[in-house]
Design a protein around this ligand. Structure first.
Ligand code: FES
Length: 117
């Protein structure tokens, strides 16, 4: 089947998730709760992408013929930022182990959150 990600037509199969197809085609989507090789839990919603005007978690959404996906739309980026802020609120602005490269902190910086980790 064929889908479109960020205006690029891509060949894929129905067993794949949006995230898997994106990764295979060097399209980066940030993830937090997703662990390759394990069933997606879809709890953090950091990996949201826009599909036909809807926001869907790319780690658990299987591709469908003709899907038009935008990983960097304004809507997707805003949702990603809000979801990160919600996770950061629980995070209390301190890293669990003083590790400044903590994954959530890296994502926060990537989405433009100024909170110090
Ligand atoms: S990586 Fe957490 S919902 Fe997709």
């Amino acid at each position: 089947m064929r889908i479109t990600i960020n205006n690029k037509e891509i060949e894929c199969n129905e067993e794949q998730t949006i995230l898997e197809v994106a990764k295979k085609n060097n399209i980066e989507i940030p993830t937090l709760c997703y662990q390759e090789g394990f069933e997606a839990k879809s709890v953090c919603r950091i990996c949201v992408v826009e599909v036909n005007n809807k926001l869907l978690p790319s780690c658990s959404t299987k591709v469908k013929q003709g899907m038009i996906i935008n990983t960097e739309s304004k809507k997707a980026l805003e949702a990603r930022k809000i979801n990160t802020e919600l996770l950061m609120a629980k995070h209390n602005g301190t890293c669990f182990d003083e590790d400044k490269n903590h994954e959530l902190c890296k994502i926060a910086k990537d989405v433009g959150i100024r909170q110090v980790c």
